[in-house]
Design a protein around this ligand. Structure first.
Ligand code: PLP
Length: 464
């Protein structure tokens, strides 16, 4: 570990040896709360191995959320570490403005093989937010070039999460996303969350699906197809609580997009690279063929910050045929097409194709069924999921599905108990999300679920 500076705040300070204190003084963690900025840096991790991480006290914990849905190949994968080092020694960087590098070219061709037919170009970014931002700016650019500058509205959904840059964050629809933050709300229209668990009382799932599709149709009618540029959707809403939409929903939304010349952007930042058992889930799992697919996280199993957007080649063809061949897509990042990130992604793809995708598919039923059994517990309203992502949603009352109030901090309580028992979970208000490394074995799934069960039982004790 790197030496800890003794002079963090002026004169040498013995107490500054303490990393927690240094973090409080100098580190701002993501999503901090005003009153406790600095104090957010809790639970330091020092090491990882497979599905496990080790915390500062030396305790081993199962990494239930695989970091942030990303450590798909597991921690401490030697092949990924070695390819990172060897690519850095070979070519550590090249300007993507006027040069290219072999890993990014080869990776693009390999990703195109996995994407739906014709979705065969890739623009690389530094993560998911910049991937979504790129997709949206590309839509804006394309519509400007095609002479329809009014066609810019973006349709997203309540409950969705697409990033933390200004435009991508404007699409978000989770509780608290916009309480204190500005957004480009004039550019965004939000549809209902396609959450079958929270559908209106007495409505069948099929009728709920009809309702959702009809809602989109009405928005198109009201706003005008000539003003809507894109519809963006996570095939399975991830941080909104692993919302698996009703059967047929995504295909029907795609049909509406096609009929109205609205680009369909599938945000696969979480669902790609094995989380649902395939490199991309759009076509293989849901039978949809989006115009653009955004990805990040699992593309390098979180070993290097890389993201990107797959773009249908026909969209470039339309631009080539336009009257504006001089128009520049004035958008690029210093780290676009990073050779080290792309080399890691290539090795990660080898690992996925070499058996990890098949393994993820083979263990996912056991993962889902074992977690589903937690519905026996009175605090649990629903366990839902797909592939190797799942969510345990707690409720105050099962009959009415009343959500638990924020102040009860049920997610955080479960998280605290589970950490003491050896499991990290991702708490979301009254929900816990599970998305372990894809390397997880059947026995490890059993360990994980039995700790989670105990954590929920202890939380029920707290609340009585
Ligand atoms: N899109 C989805 C579906 C996500 O879950 C996330 C992050 O969790 C993002 C986009 C943003 O990705 P990043 O945090 O890499 O910018």
């Amino acid at each position: 570990m790197a030496a800890i500076p003794k002079t963090a705040n002026g004169p040498a300070d013995e107490a500054a040896d303490d990393l927690t204190l240094l973090a409080e003084r100098h580190l701002v963690q993501p999503w901090p709360v005003s009153g406790s900025i600095g104090a957010e840096a809790r639970g330091r991790l020092d090491a990882g191995e497979g599905i496990y991480v080790t915390d500062a006290s030396g305790r081993r914990l199962i990494d239930g959320p695989a970091g942030m849905w990303c450590v798909n190949a597991g921690h401490r994968n030697r092949e990924l570490a070695e390819v990172m080092a060897s690519q850095a020694m070979e070519l550590s960087y090249n300007s993507p403005w006027y040069t290219t590098n072999a890993p990014s070219v080869i990776l693009s061709a390999r990703l195109a093989e996995h994407a739906p037919d014709g979705v065969d170009h890739v623009f690389y970014t530094t993560g998911g937010s910049s991937a979504v931002e790129t997709a949206l700016r590309f839509m804006q650019f394309a519509n400007n070039v095609k002479g329809r500058p009014e066609k810019k509205l973006i349709v997203s959904r309540q409950g969705g999460y697409h990033g933390s840059t200004y435009l991508s964050a404007s699409l978000n629809g989770r509780p608290r996303d916009h309480d204190w933050m500005d957004s480009a709300s004039d550019l965004v229209v939000k549809l209902s969350c396609p959450d079958p668990f929270r559908r209106p009382d007495g409505m069948s799932v099929e009728a709920f699906c009809d309702f959702l599709v009809e809602e989109f149709r009405q928005v198109i009618e009201e706003k005008g197809a000539d003003r809507i540029g894109a519809f963006i959707a996570e095939p399975v809403m991830a941080s909104g609580g692993v919302i698996v939409p009703p059967p047929g929903y995504l295909r029907r939304m795609q049909d509406l997009c096609r009929r109205n010349d609205i680009l369909f952007i599938a945000d696969e930042v979480v669902t790609a690279f094995g989380r649902l058992g395939h490199v991309f889930a759009s076509k293989e799992v849901f039978g949809i063929e989006p115009d653009m697919i955004t990805f990040a996280k699992g593309v390098t199993s979180g070993y290097f910050p890389l993201g990107g957007v797959m773009i249908a080649g026909r969209l470039f063809e339309e631009l080539r045929r336009s009257n504006h061949s001089e128009a520049m897509f004035a958008h690029g990042l210093t780290y676009s097409s990073h050779p080290v990130g792309c080399a890691v992604a290539l090795k990660n793809l080898d690992i996925l194709e070499g058996g990890l995708l098949a393994h993820a598919r083979a263990v996912s039923d056991h993962f889902q069924q074992s977690l589903k059994a937690l519905e026996e517990l009175p605090l649990v309203g629903e366990v839902r999921g797909l592939g190797l992502m799942a969510c345990v949603e707690c409720v105050a009352d099962r009959a009415s599905k009343n959500p638990l109030t924020l102040d009860l901090e049920v997610g955080k309580r479960i998280d605290r108990h589970c950490q003491e028992l050896g499991l990290l979970v991702r708490p979301l208000i009254h929900m816990c999300v599970m998305s372990p490394p894809l390397t997880i074995s059947l026995e490890q799934i059993d360990d994980m679920v039995s700790i989670l069960r105990r954590g929920i039982e202890l939380t029920m004790d707290d609340l009585t």
